[in-house]
Design a protein around this ligand. Sequence first.
Ligand SMILES: *Cc1c(COP(=O)(O)O)cnc(C)c1O
Length: 370
Amino acid sequence: MKKKFQNPESLVRKQVRSLNEYIPGEQLAVEGLIKLNTNENPYPPAPQVLKAVKDATDARLRLYPNPTAQKLRERLAQFHNCEPDNIIVGNGSDELLALATRAFVEPSAACKEKSKTIVQYFYPSYSLYPVLADIHGASKNPIKLNSDFGIPDINELKKKWIFDAALSYITTPNAPSGHGYSVKELEQFCGLNSGVVILDETYVDFAEENALSLAFKYPNVIVSRTFSKAYSLCFLRVGYFVGNPVIIGAMQKIRDSYNVNGLGQIAATATLDNLDYYRHNFERIKISRSKLTGALKELGFLVFPSQTNFILVEPPIYPAEVWLEKLKRRKILVRWFNQTGIKHYLRITIGAENEIDSLIKAAESILNEK
Ligand SMILES: *Cc1c(COP(=O)(O)O)cnc(C)c1O
């Protein structure tokens, strides 16, 4: 029988056709560009990490890597004082955030028990969460943070938050605001939830506290970490979850057999042998963060307090979108989100000392233009 012509669009699932996909920050290839838009660490990996990757780059690239990232999980277990079974490693934490929807959330169409189908998160926070929910065909329950980006108090939460939602994501410290949450506050909050709660601690190395202890205390709490931002390894894609072995084991069952590339496993393991190098850089970044905060405040910017390697600011005189373009013309790239609630703001990654100085000078010159 002769095949009928098919519009290729019609071959794609409806849900995928109508999907609003995640939009990553621009990766412009402009000579001399100061890139302060995707929260990458301005400092390179430790020399020993680069050496480990180079030394491993030979004929062995033909072999499959260790399927469970065994060595890395053992080193992480030592580092966090737990067992390797508490840890799953992913192709960046993004992969694990997606796997969590598949492991813990029922697609809406297949399930009558509403709470089992719900992916819940605060906004503004990481804009990938709603996309992951949509890909999976889950229901979404976005809840607005307070205007200072704090978690709404319990009486407010009771109005909208679904305490038995299958999966809740919390970015802590928050992105894109930089707002930090205390462990005490997070513990109270986690204690109210009966579904899985993922504490996304991508930026925790720049914060005052971390909530790792909650992943050991509560079987439904997972802490998400990554080597990308703080550990200068975005390129190699290594992130991990820490949690209850049963919960982590469920995710192990459904991941790809070789989900973490071999060079990434080697680089992350070597990173754990060189933590002093990174801790020194965290301090430098925090010093630059205070310097930039002070300088921009003097120029009339509103700057939110930050416990991350970026700051959220409301610029003076021109709308944020105009500032984005004016800075781009001066070869400085920052992030502007065309999203309700945060349109007036720019998110600026804390760069190296010279990059921060250039940004301050550029802001001064933009303000002197008139
Ligand atoms: C960058 C980022 C991630 C993803 O990190 P990868 O490990 O590189 O996938 C996750 N959550 C937040 C809040 C981020 O900003």
